[in-house]
Design a protein around this ligand. Structure first.
Ligand code: PEP
Ligand code: MN
Length: 352
């Protein structure tokens, strides 16, 4: 996963969830700058909130605060836009970097309106994943921006709304951003552990995981007095704690030099290759049996799909797999894939 938009890795975006006062924006910026770990200064000016009567951002008056903080610290600045009016105001104020929030990426009309108002500007834009786990909606948003001629279009992974997730505010579903990177190999993929976790104590392991998945950078919310923040208080950290967090990250390299890979690792990799081969061979063998079953079903005029039988298999394997330490999420996906492939083989026999 190499990046064509040559950037420093990790590329770090930091700043408060929301701009609250000019002093708060300026002090955050100065203290972040002092830590030497930030590349792009963020603050939300318009806050799309789930319910009205929450703090919805200071609005346009905050734009020059961020511009001044950027000048003072010699850092580029970025804010969120959700419609053409926001784009117009930010461009007028001098912004060259913008992001589109998760609640906007879900709406193709809004993204198209933003794209149209950015045509010909050369703005650098980051698209957050939509709040629902729909890879195509995310891809579509990026395409709309590329289609108007923007060349620096990048992505921010902030997790997906979920009623189920017990630990995090948003379910990371890492497979989705990784699939996005496969679709757009040269895109800069940034992880936003603040909105994924919703809790400051969980930021570090998620940031480290992103580094180990070869993300290009991080977006982390930082506030001079996190507990008093007007939005997202529980997930913000002081600029000093932010600096410590970034300094604590271990940056492992993607390519190990063959000669330095030790014998233990080589032999472990060999075992993995052998096991993978056995798994594939066993699955192929399972499909051969499925084909025999398909022939039997054809002869006796019974349906391919046998829901009750499938429920029994699934229950048994879910229990067994979990006993063996496999996650239920993995088992469900794996068993569904196995079942679909099996149906495909049986259908081929049936239609012969
Ligand atoms: C934010 O970055 O403060 C924000 C509103 O994020 P998201 O769109 O990811 O919820
Ligand atoms: Mn926030």
């Amino acid at each position: 996963m190499t990046n064509s938009n040559a950037i420093k890795r990790p590329f770090i975006i930091a700043g408060p969830c929301s701009a609250e006062t000019e002093e708060q924006v300026m002090e955050t910026a100065m203290r972040l700058k002092a830590g030497g770990q930030v590349d792009l200064l963020r603050a939300g000016i318009w806050k799309p909130r789930t319910r009205p009567n929450s703090f919805e951002g200071v609005g346009e008056i905050g734009l020059p605060w961020l511009i001044r903080a950027g000048k003072q610290t010699n850092l580029p600045v970025i804010t969120e836009v959700a419609n053409a009016k926001h784009v117009e105001a930010t461009l007028k104020a001098g912004f060259t970097h913008l992001w589109i929030g998760a609640r906007t990426t879900v709406n193709p009309f809004a993204v198209q309106e933003i794209a149209d108002s950015l045509r010909g500007t050369g703005t650098k834009i980051w698209v957050k994943n939509p709040i629902n786990p729909d890879l195509n909606l995310w891809i579509g948003g990026i395409e709309r921006l590329k289609n108007v001629g923007l060349t620096d279009v990048n992505a921010i992974h902030r997790g997906f709304s979920s009623v189920q997730h017990k630990t995090y505010r948003n379910d990371p579903m890492w497979e989705i951003p990784l699939a996005l990177k496969t679709e757009f190999p040269s895109i800069q993929l940034i992880c936003d552990p603040s909105h994924i976790t919703g809790k400051r104590d969980l930021l570090q392991p998620v940031a480290q995981k992103a580094m180990d998945l070869i993300y290009d950078g991080l977006m982390i919310e930082s506030h001079i007095d996190p507990d008093q923040a007007w939005s997202d208080a529980a997930q913000q950290v002081t600029p000093e704690r932010f600096t410590e967090l970034i300094s604590s990250l271990i940056l492992r390299s993607e390519q190990a030099n063959e000669s330095t890979i030790n014998e233990d690792l080589k032999s472990l990799r060999l075992s993995i290759d052998e096991i993978d081969e056995e798994i594939t061979a066993l699955i192929a063998q399972r499909m051969k049996v499925a084909e025999e079953i398909g022939a039997y079903k054809k002869e006796h005029q019974i349906t391919i799909l046998q829901p009750k039988r499938w429920e029994v298999i699934k229950k048994k394997q879910l229990e067994y797999g979990q006993e063996k330490g496999l996650s239920i999420k993995f088992l469900v996906k794996y068993l569904e894939a196995l079942h679909q492939e099996s149906i495909r083989h049986q259908t081929a026999v049936m239609n012969k």
